[in-house]
Ligand binder design. Sequence first.
Ligand code: NAD
Ligand code: ZN
Length: 342
Amino acid sequence: MKALVKAAAEPGLWLDERGIPQIGPDDVLIKINKTGICGTDIHIYAWDEWAQRTVPVPMVVGHEYAGEVAEVGANVTKFAIGQRVSGEGHVVGMSSRAARGGRFHLDPETKGIGVNIPGAFAEYLRLPAFNVVPLPDAIDDEIGAILDPLGNAVHTALSFDLVGEDVLITGAGPIGIMSAAVARHVGARHVVITDVNPHRLALASDVADVVPVDVSKEDLRSVTQRLGMKEGFDVGLEMSGAPAAFDQMVENLVMGGKIAMLGIPAGPATVDWTKLVFKMLTVKGIYGREMFETWHKMLAMLESGLDIRKIITHRLPVTEFKAGFEIMRTGKCGKIVLDWKA
Ligand code: NAD
Ligand code: ZN
């Protein structure tokens, strides 16, 4: 089968031939139709320090995908050949206290497909049946291919009650923008999104009904005054990984405000703890998606009018993957979807 492989411990990815994965009795073999390129894949492509530390070589990369069931293991009864599916890319252990307690997303033995174990940028993916999520007819393959990052957005946005609240989102990357659409969908009042990249802010306005703010040019306080918010934002969703954005969020939240933090800073960053303490802020770290509550809510919202289609700005055949990775690096894009059948 064709697969995008990190074949050598150096920058790059290679479209290579690999054997079709052998499945075990509890696995499903998925024929991949479409995949999304994630920031993580860019780190692996660039072979930065994190990737060198984390990814064993050779490795089939990729973890955002939609496809159809091609084969099921002997113990698998609930999936039919040809059924359209996506799935959770975090493969968990079943022995930790968290997993035994049904909090699978907190399992310390979690392995990521396309990072620690073979991934989805291939014609076929082997996945435990436990991880497979059926796709409703209303959700086509290109949306199915970006459910992983949409799930990050949904998990973060639904961490705190947003109904009637004023929400600040820092970072208008694909995930920040999708979280803005979710905040709007569930009934937030003002949704303000910040970035320093005008392309990303323009895309945010295109995808969701938000107030975009270029914080390299405009003072956030003048925006909150203009919107009539006297005390600041009720909830912050940190989606940039930029320490400056986190500081700005702390500064602009109300007393007792809440922050859900998905963005991953490049290294250790200093925080003004005094402000957090005196404002009595709550900060919740967010990793991945809740299994499988996030998946349920995400599919239900997509079926009830949540529209994130415009976040997909580029569609390419997999043979043009290099162009896709280059566009991602420029930041002048939303999600890029690769077609494995083209
Ligand atoms: P992205 O890199 O595409 O977007 C981040 C955006 O933040 C960019 O548009 C950038 O211009 C902007 N930014 C930079 N400095 C800023 C500042 N000072 N103020 C406001 N915006 C600023 O990332 P993404 O794919 O949308 O992911 C969002 C974040 O979530 C990243 O940090 C990513 O590493 C992280 N992530 C975390 C998880 C998790 O499970 N915790 C999963 C996926 C992604
Ligand atoms: Zn990802």
